[in-house]
Write a protein that binds this ligand. Structure first.
Ligand code: NAP
Length: 324
């Protein structure tokens, strides 16, 4: 089969298309033909060798995918069958490939209304959005939430989850097309995070109360300003940060707010099961619909990595691994 292989950490060009042996499932493994793979920023951090957890070289990148089950080796009963359309919440061999192996707990039925590209957009983004809003952020119906950096994979998933939970959503994006997407998914108000003073309208929209919950995708840029707009007793959940930042501890005292970190890899198996159940329920009810912003062929994985790190998001970046 064809797969992307990385033999040395570095720039996107280290992602090379190669011929490798087809994987064969061992006991308690499922073989999935990968129709599309999702591209996450963490894939680029790992590829460049700067991430805390690095695989042994050479490796095939990619955590998220969707495809068709081609083999099942299970000791017990398995709810899925060969031929089923599925999305993956992780895998054992890398997703940027024509086939991958998974543990049974990583394989979930893909509703018929969703394409494989949408299925490849689910895993990390929706689990992170759920964890940010509900496991770390204690989001509740009727509360306000600012999704700061909402046009990407995690942000759009968070907008959909928050709306489905009855929260009032304020969301930021860097382009008009991205902000239109946020409005289409139910954000009450959208803001342009490239403009000076863009968070000021939040004072009026929250009647001076401030925002109950802020989900932050770029904390090294935004945390000081978030602290000016979080409600007293509110919470800021840091999902993304790409550098350092200076803040005054006094504002934590004045706001009596919580600033909480999130790392999806720290979630317990029980927390992951809860998140996957919430995602699956939302996909099946129609409350959650992944948005695909850009689609690249497998041979152009390096261009997909450049795209996920570029501004101007409007949903997920995906790679199509099979065209039929
Ligand atoms: P993505 O799809 O690449 O989207 C990036 C988002 O950041 C876009 O919405 C982009 O908006 C926005 N952004 C750019 N400049 C911004 C600014 N000045 N202020 C606020 N937002 C800004 O990435 P993602 O998958 O949604 O992930 C978002 C971040 O969370 C990444 O840094 C990722 O590494 C991190 N993450 C962390 C975890 C974890 O476990 N902690 C899990 C998943 C993701 P425009 O393009 O519209 O400007």
């Amino acid at each position: 089969m064809k797969a992307i292989r990385v033999s040395s950490f570095g720039e996107p060009e280290v992602l090379k298309l190669a011929d490798v042996p087809d994987p064969v499932p061992a006991m308690d493994q499922i073989l999935v033909e990968v129709m599309a793979a999702g591209v996450n920023p963490v894939d680029t951090y790992i590829r460049s060798g700067v991430y805390a957890r690095l695989p042994d070289l050479p490796y095939t990148p990619g955590l998220d995918a969707a495809g068709i089950i081609r083999g099942i080796e299970c000791t017990g009963s398995c709810a899925l069958n060969v031929g089923d359309r599925v999305w993956l919440s992780g895998n054992l061999g890398g997703a940027y490939a024509e086939m991958t192996l998974c543990a049974p707990s990583q394989v979930h039925r893909l509703p018929d209304r969703l394409t494989f590209q949408q299925g490849a957009s689910i895993g990390v983004a929706y689990a992170t959005a759920y964890r940010a809003l509900f496991q770390r952020g204690n989001g509740k119906p009727g509360k306000t939430v600012l999704i700061h950096g909402a046009t990407g994979g995690v942000g759009l998933a968070a907008v959909q989850f928050a709306r489905a939970a009855g929260m009032r959503v304020f969301a930021t994006g860097g382009t008009a097309a991205g902000r239109a997407e946020l409005e289409a998914h139910g954000a009450a108000h959208v803001l342009d995070h490239t403009k000076e003073g863009y968070l000021e309208p939040l004072r009026e929209w929250t009647h001076g109360h401030g925002v109950d919950l802020i989900i932050e995708m770029l904390a090294n840029v935004n945390l000081p300003n978030d602290l000016n707009h979080v409600a007293r007793g509110g919470c800021i959940v840091i999902v993304g940060s790409r550098g350092n930042v200076e803040v005054s501890p006094r504002i934590f005292m004045q706001r009596e707010c919580d600033v909480r970190g999130l790392m999806l890899f720290n979630a317990t198996p029980a927390e992951i099961r809860e998140a996957v159940a919430a995602v699956q329920g939302g996909l099946e009810s129609g409350a959650l619909t992944p948005v695909v912003g850009a689609d690249f062929p497998l041979a152009e994985a390096s261009a997909a990595h450049a795209a996920v790190m570029a501004p101007g998001h409007r949903g997920k970046v995906v790679i199509t691994c099979r065209t039929t």
